[in-house]
Design a protein around this ligand. Structure first.
Ligand code: SF4
Ligand code: SF4
Ligand code: FES
Length: 264
């Protein structure tokens, strides 16, 4: 049966899809016509494509509800979750091009190797529990809870990491730059009123600047624009972290302390 004959419902139509197929040795875009029904999202069409025309097409997904962060890809050049991108946002005559995330190495087809992000996650020192307070006895003001709650909505889709121009076309910056998701994690910990890192000698602001590449960020807000959880990464995490890092740098007491330590 032809693809045209398979379109049974009146609301259904055939969309022109252009999908990147390949592996680390190379690849290219392939064209397909795929049935679309009312209410469907891009991931539905990719699944139909697998079921009817390209059974070996590699794609990563899990929840189909915008919560697992697995189905990240670039749709017409824009980084997005395939399961949260409705087909109705495209014109019926439009060619829809699906490519893997550009900042990460391709494994196969739409699947990329995102291990860069796990490496960066491991480099951020975790929360340091306060001394003498047992878990369950932690108390925080509601406004402090609210502030970090926004950052904890992150689903680790890595669309922000993929979009940030510091690494998107600059593989050479990856070693020195943690990326927006993990600078946001540092900001969250730095704002945490119970984090005992400062008491243990860990200055998160200083490490953000010196070890995680905060200075590379020039607050373009591209990361914020693609975040499916609408987290204000730049305004609420990166800019305040930069401000606190600058305050620290120009604080006369910190300057004096550093000078004395250097002499010692
Ligand atoms: S605001 Fe900073 S981290 Fe976000 S995309 Fe721009 S340079 Fe990258
Ligand atoms: S901050 Fe937003 S874009 Fe970045 S990984 Fe988390 S959910 Fe994805
Ligand atoms: S499949 Fe889980 S976010 Fe898309």
């Amino acid at each position: 049966m032809s693809a045209q004959q398979e379109v049974k419902q009146s609301a259904a139509y055939l969309a022109q899809f252009r999908v990147w197929r390949g592996d680390p040795d190379g690849g290219g875009l392939e064209d397909f016509k795929v049935e679309v029904n009312e209410g469907e999202v891009v991931l539905d069409i990719i699944h139909r494509l697998q079921a009817t025309q390209a059974p070996d097409l590699a794609v990563r997904w899990n929840c189909k509800a915008g919560k697992c962060g697995s189905c990240s890809a670039e749709i017409n050049g824009r980084p997005r979750l395939m399961c949260m991108t409705r087909m109705s946002v495209f014109g019926r005559d439009e060619t829809i091009t699906i490519t893997p995330m550009r900042a990460f190495p391709v494994v196969r087809d739409l699947v990329t190797d995102v291990s860069f992000n796990y490496t960066k996650a491991r480099e951020v020192p975790s929360f340091v529990p306060p001394a003498g307070v047992a878990p369950g006895e932690y108390r925080m003001r509601q406004e402090d809870v609210n502030r970090s709650q926004e950052f904890r909505k992150c689903i680790e889709c890595f669309l922000c990491q993929n979009t940030c121009h510091v690494v998107r076309d600059h593989e050479e910056n990856k070693g020195a730059f943690a990326g927006p998701r993990f600078l946001m994690r540092i900001a969250e910990l730095d704002m945490h009123p119970l984090d005992a890192a400062p008491a243990s000698g860990l200055d998160r602001k200083a490490t953000a600047q010196d070890e995680h590449g905060l200075g590379y960020c020039n607050i373009t807000k591209c990361c914020t624009e693609v975040c499916p959880e609408n987290i204000k990464i730049t305004d609420n995490a990166l800019i305040p972290l930069k401000e606190r890092a600058a305050d620290r740098k120009y604080d006369p007491l910190v300057w004096l302390g550093n000078k004395i330590r250097r002499r010692e």
